[in-house]
Design a protein around this ligand. Sequence first.
Ligand code: SAM
Length: 205
Amino acid sequence: MKNYARLAPQMDARGVAQHRAELVAGLAGSVVEVGCGPGGMFRHYPAAVTSVLAVEPDAYFRDLAVGAADEVNGHGGTARVAVVAGDADALPVGTGSVDAVVFSLVLCSVPDLAVALTEARRVLRPGGALRFYEHVRSDSRILGLIEDAITPLWRRAAANCHPNRDTVAAIRAAGFEVEAVRRFGFAPAPIAPGIAHVIGSARRA
Ligand SMILES: C[S@@+](CC[C@H](N)C(=O)[O-])C[C@H]1O[C@@H](n2cnc3c(N)ncnc32)[C@H](O)[C@@H]1O
């Protein structure tokens, strides 16, 4: 947790900040952000977003996120960000009540992708938007097999992060209509290899 919070500004400088802005471009109304971590998304929400409920299970991240929310809320932005405790499996939000759900580098770590996506679908209004920015299993046969092989160890070392998830397939399987996906290789740190990432949008069908 502390490592991620420490590395996040460097990751932003390497390109993650642009990815974050792309992720939420064009959103409006109420947003639930699942697994907000230290709050790196908050400053990227467009002015048309009127509220962000940022749900985070980890107390250390929540404290940092509250600080990030105070900064955004204190600078006259339209979006009002509130940080609450909660889990992707059981969001503290009513059924069909929000305009958009945002996942940024979170679906790799949830215990069960299908459960988290079904819960996101529950809280979205009909036609509501799902936005996702995730690293995913490589399309290359060899790299995919390597990712499969390192997953058991990597999960233990990196807070249940799975390098080998097919997140876009899981989004479709959960009943979302995928509207756009940009797939690209990205190395989040200088010594890291390029890893397959996706930024995309889907609708609650
Ligand atoms: C790599 S960090 C990303 C943080 C942030 N979303 C960002 O873009 O910088 C992964 C985040 O997923 C959160 N997370 C892991 N499992 C979760 C779950 N079951 N429900 C909600 N969030 C979860 C972690 O607590 C952490 O904040």
